[in-house]
Design a protein around this ligand. Structure first.
Ligand code: TTP
Ligand code: MG
Length: 389
């Protein structure tokens, strides 16, 4: 069966959402980011790109290239909400959707669309729905695999729709520089170029034995396949950008360090229990702190390995609180702990070096879960959480 894979990427995503919210911004150079010496550009409208402004560029450079640009700081919550709504449209359009980032996903239409032409018709309909419902444009690539689909979605941005059949590989893929191949970073590109291999076509035409001394056997085989437009990676169903959190507001502000620490422990336990109940693990740990004067701060950090354990979540939450929150003498009115970057626990890679402490925590957690399933969550607790009275 011929595979039909779509790659969809929203155009100038944050900037386009801002333009939609304020039509006065349409047609003007718009930059999302913070100005000044320490700022960087998150993204910018295509009008600003005409001046050479790009994502991740220092704001000072962008200010020099485009002095008349309008700057906005960005509103993450709004972009996440729009992203979720678009995700629902994608789920309606394809049986399998694999989100890659806030504005980008692969869709697998194999068995749903007979061939690339039918895939393109479905892509057109999807673009129309996104435009009608969200008043935003997307660029889509349609191809027999992920690699070609992603390449194609980028070819006619913004508002593009490009079909990339395997027959087009020699004319459209081979002229591109080697660094456009997935997995070829600046270092490997340099090694290939030193061996006289500059374009994807050079790789495709080179005998395998010519590449091995330059980049090693594994990468040589990989780039050789890609250069011929071959990529067997499946589109994998992703979870909705999901988060789990628990927070509590206090009648009287917490001021005592130990009291705050116990509150963090209680919230971390709740979040970890919920993760295990759903068979999930998470990589990113958040805290939310509202002080007596109603200012709210959120802080997050990402762990090397996903976890479903209260102790690991607590360690991260404590570190965030200690190092990244300055109470300036104020008390804590609300305290929350949350997690995101969630994946099914069984798909979490097993740790390279199994760790005895983590293993003990895991066994303890399983025992705690068993007790609370039978007797309720208050039946078993940590001594630290018992009130002195
Ligand atoms: P991209 O899809 O890379 O960029 P874009 O959607 O703004 O523009 P286009 O796809 O048309 O080229 O990233 C999606 C969003 O992610 C982008 O709107 C802002 C954010 N982002 C950053 O905050 N920093 C970055 O360095 C990049 C690349 C993106
Ligand atoms: Mg984009």
């Amino acid at each position: 069966m011929q595979r039909v894979v779509l790659h969809l990427d929203m155009d100038a995503f944050y900037a386009a959402v801002e333009v939609r919210e304020d039509p006065e911004l349409a047609g003007r150079p718009l930059i999302i980011g913070h100005r000044g010496r320490r700022g960087v550009v998150a993204t910018c409208s295509y009008e600003a790109r005409a001046f050479g402004v790009r994502s991740a560029m220092p704001s000072l450079t962008a200010e020099r290239l485009c002095p008349d640009a309008i700057w906005l700081p960005g509103r993450m919550e709004l972009y996440v909400e729009v992203s979720r709504r678009i995700r629902r449209l994608l789920d309606d359009a394809a049986p399998v959707v694999e989100p890659l980032s806030i504005d980008e996903a692969f869709l697998d239409l194999t068995g749903h669309a007979a061939g690339l032409a039918e895939g393109a018709a479905l892509a057109r309909a999807l673009k129309d729905r996104i435009r009608a419902q969200e008043r935003l444009t997307a660029s889509v690539g349609v191809a027999p695999n992920k690699f070609l689909a992603k390449l194609a979605s980028d070819m006619e941005k913004p508002d593009g729709l490009v079909v990339f059949p395997i027959e087009d590989v020699p004319t459209r893929l081979w002229p591109l520089p080697v660094r456009r191949l997935w997995g070829v970073g600046p270092k490997s590109a340099e090694k290939l170029e030193r061996g006289g291999i500059r374009t994807v076509g050079d790789i495709a035409r080179a005998p395998g034995s010519a590449l091995v001394p330059l980049v090693g056997p594994a990468l040589a085989a990989h780039v050789h396949r890609l250069a011929h437009g071959e990529d067997r990676r499946p589109v994998e169903r992703g979870l909705e950008a999901k988060s789990i959190s628990e927070e509590r507001t206090y009648v009287e502000d917490l001021t005592d360090r130990d009291e705050i620490d116990r509150a963090l422990l209680a919230r971390a336990r709740g979040v970890a229990r919920e993760l295990r109940r759903q068979g999930l693990a998470a990589r990113t740990i958040h805290i939310k702190v509202r002080t007596g004067d109603f200012t709210t701060a959120t802080r997050a950090l990402t762990l090397p390995d996903p976890t479903d354990l209260a102790d690991t979540i607590l360690d991260a939450a404590r570190a965030l609180f200690r190092e990244r929150i300055d109470l300036q003498g104020r008390g804590v009115r609300l305290l929350g702990v949350g997690v995101s970057g969630i994946l099914p626990a069984e798909s979490a890679p097993a740790p390279l070096f199994p760790d005895a402490v983590a293993e003990r925590s895991r066994r303890l957690a399983r025992a705690e879960d068993a007790v609370s399933d039978r007797l309720g969550t208050r039946a078993l607790t940590r001594a630290r959480l018992l009130r002195r009275d």
